[in-house]
Structure formats: C-alpha cells, structure tokens
Write a new protein. Sequence first.
Length: 141
Amino acid sequence: MDINSYNYKTYIPVRFGDLNAFGYVNNDVYLTYFEIAHTGYWRQILNWKSKTHGLIMGKAEIEFLKPIQLDDEVFAYVKTSRVGNCSFDVEYVLTIKTPSGEQICTTGKTSCIFFDFEAKKPNPIPEAFREKMVAFEALVS
C-alpha cells in the first residue's frame, strides 16, 4: 500500500469514548473515522455546502491490521478511486505515527451514492463535481 498515491491527509483525534473495554478503538468507530476524513476531503475538493443533496454509503469494507489506542496519533488518507454515474468509490488508509514513521493500521473502501434527499433517490453526480474529483485524483474519466 503506497500512501504517497493519496492526495488528501487529515489528523483524526482518538477520543476516550472511541475505546472498548480493552482500551482499543472499537470496530464501529473506524467508519466514523472514515466519515470524518471524507467530509474534510469533500469540503476541500468540492466546497461542499448542499442541504438537499448528499452522499450515502452503499457499501463499506474495512481491513483491520493493527489496533488503535487512545494515545496513538492517527492520520487518515483518502482518495476517490472510481467515478460512475451516480456513485463512486473512496479508499482509506489509517496510519499511526511511530518514531520510525507512519505505520498502516487499517485500510478501507466505501461505495458512495450521490443522493437527492428531497426526492429520496440517487441522482447523477453533477458534472462540475465529477470534473473536480477526476482532476484532484488525476483519474481517467
């Protein structure tokens, strides 16, 4: 896994409430970390402000490689890997800062659907958004 292929990186604070009884980040919290990261990603790329259109998650995959603890300094890397008509795929890498550099602890992927909340149905991704995503990631459209 090459984290250098990711154009977006953000810090993810680990909160005490994220932990399970054993002192590790609980499994369900990883999707929250992905959501925090991709929200910042969309704001940076698209200047996202819509109240009527948004993203819903159609599918999520997580691969746990190393547990995260309270004092870990965690970073999330995010990239769009595929852009379709109404949906797109987003890949994530969570790392922990160590004295020898960043260590990958979790990878994941979500399939996101551009959704019209008023009409309650998927909508095509607006062309301006598509162009910005493709340009930011240097994807072949």
